[in-house]
Write a protein that binds this ligand. Structure first.
Ligand SMILES: [Zn+2]
Length: 145
């Protein structure tokens, strides 16, 4: 369920089960999942993984959720990204029928807050990737001069 990066009209997502990385268009997801006749407006359901069939969800932070215990960590940045994506979907009207957009909207993340942690690019990588080793998008090799 990990979001890797948010783009204009889609986002990169990594399957928690099989590790497949894909791009999901905003148009393929919507906010709100029905459970026992009640809508949970914090949940974004992702399309099934095309590799392993896993059904995953993203859940935005609660309205009264305290500050993340370790600012700048992967978990903190990922939470901000989920909030941003959720808010974007609500704004675009990608919400389940019968949900009040006012109630669905979560904490607004200011551009100052996002700039501070993302420097203009909504992207999160796990520590092991930042430290070298696995890189999701390797630089293209330079042709010999
Ligand atoms: Zn999968």
């Amino acid at each position: 369920m990990t979001i890797r990066e948010i783009f204009e009209n889609e986002f990169g997502q990594e399957c928690e089960v099989c590790g497949a990385v894909r791009r999901v268009p905003d148009a393929d997801v919507s906010v709100g999942v029905e459970r026992d006749g009640q809508f949970d407006t914090k949940v974004v359901q992702l399309p099934n993984c095309s590799s392993c069939g896993a059904r995953e969800f993203l859940i935005r932070s609660a309205d009264n959720e305290p500050e993340h215990p370790s600012p700048g960590s992967f978990g903190h940045r990922h939470r901000l990204m989920v909030d941003v994506l959720h808010g974007k979907l609500v704004k675009e009207g990608r919400i389940a029928d019968r949900i009040d957009p006012q109630k669905a909207q979560g904490q607004a993340r200011s551009s100052e807050e996002l700039d501070r942690w993302f420097k203009g690019r909504l992207r999160a990588q796990r520590m092991k990737e930042q430290e070298g080793g696995i890189r999701p998008e390797p630089e293209p090799a330079q042709p010999p001069q």
